[in-house]
Design a protein around this ligand. Structure first.
Ligand SMILES: Nc1ncnc2c1ncn2[C@@H]1O[C@H](COP(=O)(O)OP(=O)(O)OP(=O)(O)O)[C@@H](O)[C@H]1O
Length: 263
């Protein structure tokens, strides 16, 4: 058998999902919204940016990927909770709405960064990060040390004992990245992490997020309206295309262009 050189082998899948359908009735517009993802495979260490016009279902898709919401149909969703190539099917717990099982997998596998940081306002940055690690079942001195090392690499070591309200927008987002990375997740999911920031600060936060993911080998899945910024930081853009029909709107995740697929 001929050994395939490791640099030409595609990285192992971390998330592989197919046949995803979501249908929601938007009462404010009295119209249906449908999301369809025929196939999505994300490989270890990849950086994926979900784009599409406002209301195209980017957050909806991120929430399904993050085991936070239940789709109407799902043929397959395999995840690698330890990032080691072994895939676990989460289709059944998702469709059965097994919240405890999903929460355990989610805290072990994933970290989240939200547009407004999503930090608990009554905890210091350090305690926000420690709590996230604890929820992932990680405690002990080495976790505290990991948080200090990450904070130093992100240039926020002096913010560790501050409350989120005392931070600038950029410091808050860097702290949110720190919190999300505190448990060394396999996958970092970020929903418009730089949308509330000016251009220079958005660049700083993006740099910090990409560096932190590179340092731990984490896979990054981000929702953003800023395609240029995402491309500059090495993200592969995946587009939700929306069509309006008589019954409402349908968004479909477009397949990757051929040249990217075979690269
Ligand atoms: N809880 C809900 N119930 C019903 N409809 C919803 C709900 N949440 C979102 N929607 C609808 O689902 C569609 C997709 O919303 P979603 O927030 O996922 O889009 P988005 O691409 O992330 O938008 P934006 O770029 O504006 O943040 C929209 O039509 C929205 O009105």
């Amino acid at each position: 058998m001929t050994e395939v050189p490791s640099e030409s082998r595609p990285a192992r899948p971390i998330m592989a999902l197919g046949g995803l359908e979501v249908a929601r009735f938007d009462a404010s517009r009295q119209a249906w919204f449908r999301l369809s993802v025929p196939e999505l495979t994300i490989r270890a260490g990849e950086r994926i940016c979900l784009v599409g016009r406002s209301g195209s279902g980017k957050t909806t898709l991120l929430e399904v990927l993050g085991l936070l919401s239940c789709p109407d149909a799902l043929d397959r969703y395999d995840l690698s909770p330890y990032g080691d190539g072994r895939l676990l099917s989460v289709q059944e717990p998702i469709l059965a709405g097994q919240a405890t099982v999903l929460s355990a997998i989610r805290s072990r596998t994933m970290g989240f960064v939200l547009q407004d940081g999503g930090l608990l306002p009554y905890l210091s940055v350090r305690d926000n990060a420690l709590l996230a690690a604890e929820l992932a079942g990680q405690r002990g001195r080495e976790i505290g040390e990991r948080i200090e090392a990450l904070a130093a690499a992100m240039g926020i070591e002096r913010m560790l004992d501050r409350l989120p309200a005392g931070l600038s927008g950029g410091q808050r987002q860097r702290s949110a990245v720190l919190r999300a990375m505190a448990s060394a997740p396999v996958i970092l999911l970020a929903d418009e992490p730089t949308a509330a920031l000016d251009g220079a600060t958005a660049n700083e936060v993006m740099q910090v997020m990409v560096n932190a993911a590179k340092a731990t080998g984490a896979t990054l899945v981000m929702v953003s309206h800023n395609e240029d910024l995402a491309t500059r930081y090495g993200f592969t853009v995946r587009r939700l295309e929306t069509h309006t029909g008589s019954g409402g709107e349908t968004s479909t995740l477009a397949p990757l262009p051929q040249q990217v697929q075979s690269a």
